[in-house]
Design a protein around this ligand. Structure first.
Ligand code: HEC
Length: 647
């Protein structure tokens, strides 16, 4: 449900006072350097054509055209006011906080020149000398797309009323997987199109929601998808992703375009056509999403009392490996006010990443850094979102303000700073991906601990199970205990059946997890130290994609002296509830899980490592079991890589 929002009139926001002098101190207006005479033909035309006309031209969403002297003269005073207040050209990020491609920012002297022209009578100069207005050729700016998808039916945008957010589903019909590195669009009524976000849906959910209210597509902003393919806002220039990067587009999936329509006073029917550009081959580097705070703030207790002016959420993420930052997409709804992020390097130095001081929901953008920002392992990425739910916030849709909590509708709020990142070394992708997942999981746990009211969302996201998970430890059933698996030498093993021994130790490992591999010497020592004891060790690879040959090579490379099993269908994972590699599970007679968790505490957290462990939890548990005593610390948190889902 969309609530009526006041149409944002920028001049309204500014009040009626004369434009205050807001030229930034860092760029003093060089008044002495200004030419004596300023005319349209000599200076102003090229300035306006370069900075304004891309949006202010016929057919675009900006409210009037700036294509000639007369247009400019007519609007000159408002132009000066919005320039001085830095509202036009629209550009949200503060200077000095990220160096972005296609930046639209006027310098102090540029504004001073325009001011002088206005104050000296807006002379035209010699029309013969006036440069020609830019020509905007239609068609596809990046050339012919590889795949063109068109809405079946146009959407009616009325002449008047609130802005409309609407999602349209475009089936790709692809019979093979592709990699997308750019998206462009055409519209039958471009003047109503304010911004677009592109998503991929391979679940079929969007399709089901489409058309239910009798109109094309479906309403709301809450669509969740597998991949986001970036977006576009008025004046945006489509680009291909740099350096051979690309987003995956799985065969059979649907493209979902979320459109923000802005009524113009004239009813329009708008049909969108999307053009997809494919990368010739799979990228060699993997784009990952990192959010501070994670999950758009779902786990950050966003519950904003009416009248509260500075509701703040802060979050931090420590990089477990060297990382390149590619782009940033800040996101909040109407009462979001400030979005900010920086990086604190291991030496304490701070690198600003983005700062939006006065968030405007109408100008959501993805900002691409001109050059990837390389940040070393151990860097802390800090994010901050501030909301303003006071009556003084002119963008507050509720008068008087009401309580606003986290949610997917436009009446609700969410907020986070989203980065697209790459591991500097592609080999580190699993570690980075795991650290990001752990970051989400930790926020989720903290939310449960605090008792945040998120039950409804957990259910919606299918996370309810985790909340209801039984506190009692799992115990493999009789049937599971008799499970047989061949080891790499073809010998049948029953790792869950404790017979002729006091304990079976299952060590869940992963060939590509550096923490898991780092434990190989300790695993060798364990097997050796317990060789005369009634303890049997098994290594388990819970990996559907691992071939027997690859497992053999890994076993040899890391000199693992124990039977190695491949748990391709996750029979063992499910029986004992393993989640991480490396993770140790100790079973005693009858299939009881006497200990489960880390091998020792040498990794306090991802990205952090002690020189030597201070607790050797697995060994301590085994000592107690062999002495016939109960295990005093039966559960610990393993630190390592998440076990990927089975196929
Ligand atoms: C990226 C596209 C874009 C560029 C570039 C741009 N504008 Fe705008 N402008 C808009 C849109 C869209 C609006 C309508 C208000 C809105 O949607 O925020 C607008 C509105 C305005 C308004 C009317 C404000 C109001 O609230 O009615 C003025 C004046 C203006 N622009 C001046 C300029 C000037 C001067 C420049 C160049 C220095 C410029 N614009 C560059 C897109 C643009």
């Amino acid at each position: 449900m969309l609530r009526a929002i006041p149409v944002l009139c920028l001049l309204g926001l500014l009040g009626t006072a004369e434009a205050p002098d807001l030229l930034p101190a860092a760029e003093p207006a060089k008044v002495e350097a200004l030419p004596d005479k300023v005319s349209f033909s000599e200076q102003i035309a090229s300035f306006v054509y370069t900075n304004c006309t891309v949006c202010h031209r016929p057919g675009e969403a900006a409210p009037f055209s700036l294509m000639n002297y007369n247009d400019t003269r007519k609007h000159a005073r408002s132009m000066l006011r919005v320039m001085t207040n830095r509202i036009m050209p629209p550009w949200q990020p503060e200077p000095g906080h990220g160096d972005f491609r296609d930046e639209r920012r006027l310098s102090g002297p540029q504004i001073a020149l325009f001011k002088k022209w206005v104050e000296t009578g807006m002379t035209e100069g010699d029309p013969a000398q006036t440069p020609k207005p830019p020509e905007f050729v239609g068609g596809w700016p990046l050339g012919k797309p590889d795949l063109i998808l068109t809405m079946e039916q146009g959407f009616d945008v009325p002449a008047d009323g609130p802005d409309i957010y609407r999602n349209f589903v475009l089936p790709t019909g692809l019979t093979e997987d592709k990699w997308v590195n750019a998206v462009a669009f055409q519209a039958t009524a471009p003047s109503v199109v304010h911004h677009l976000l592109y998503f991929v849906d391979d679940t079929g959910n969007a399709r089901k929601m489409s058309g239910k209210d009798g109109k094309p597509g479906f309403a709301g902003m809450g669509f969740r998808s597998t991949v986001q393919l970036g977006g576009w806002a008025v004046g945006g220039i489509p680009h291909r992703l740099p350096d051979g990067l690309a987003y995956p587009l799985v065969k059979g999936s649907d493209l979902v375009v979320q459109a923000h329509f802005h009524p113009t006073g004239k009813a329009e029917n708008c049909k969108l056509t999307l053009g997809l550009y494919f990368a010739p081959k799979a990228p060699t580097r993997t784009l990952l999403g990192l959010q501070v705070p994670p999950a758009y703030g779902l786990f950050s207790n966003i519950d904003i009392p009416p009248g509260k002016a500075n509701f703040t959420v802060k979050d931090a993420f420590t990089l477990p490996v060297d990382v390149d930052i590619v782009s940033v997409t800040p996101h909040a709804h109407y009462i979001g006010k400030v979005l900010k992020a920086d990086a604190q390097l291991p030496d304490g130095k701070e690198v600003p990443l983005i700062w939006i001081k006065d968030w405007d929901f109408a100008w959501q953008g993805t900002y691409d850094y001109k050059k990837f920002i390389r940040l070393p392992k151990g860097t802390v990425i800090r994010g901050e979102v501030i909301w303003d739910n006071s009556p003084d916030n002119s963008r507050n849709p509720n008068v008087p303000p009401i309580r606003i909590a986290w949610g997917e509708g436009s009446n609700d709020e969410m907020g986070s700073v989203n980065f697209r990142v790459l591991a500097a070394d592609e080999k580190d992708v699993p570690l980075l991906r795991n650290a990001i997942r752990l970051h989400v999981a930790q926020a989720y746990k903290a939310a449960l601990k605090r008792g945040d009211k998120i039950d409804h969302w957990l259910q919606e996201f299918g996370l309810k199970k985790a909340v209801d998970q039984p506190k009692a430890p799992l115990k493999p059933s009789k049937e599971q205990q008799s499970l047989k698996l061949d080891d790499l030498d073809g010998k049948a093993r029953q790792p869950l059946l404790v017979e002729g021994a006091k304990a079976n130790v299952l060590l869940f490992l992963a060939t590509e997890c550096p923490i898991s591999n780092g434990y190989s010497p300790e695993i060798q020592a364990l097997v050796k130290d317990y060789q005369d004891q009634p303890v049997r060790f098994f290594a388990v690879h819970p990996d559907s994609d691992l071939s027997t040959d690859a497992a053999r090579k890994h076993t040899k490379d890391y000199s693992l002296p124990l039977p190695v099993l491949i748990d391709r269908k996750h029979d063992l994972v499910k029986a004992v509830g393993a989640k991480i590699t490396p993770e140790a599970v100790v079973l005693t007679a009858g299939g009881n899980i006497a200990y489960q968790g880390r091998i020792d505490d040498r990794y306090p957290d991802l990205g952090k490592k002690r020189n030597a462990p201070t607790r050797r939890d697995l060994r301590e548990a085994l000592t107690e079991i062999l002495a016939g005593k109960p295990v005093s610390v039966p559960r610990t948190e393993p630190v390592g890589c998440y076990i990927p889902d089975a196929r």
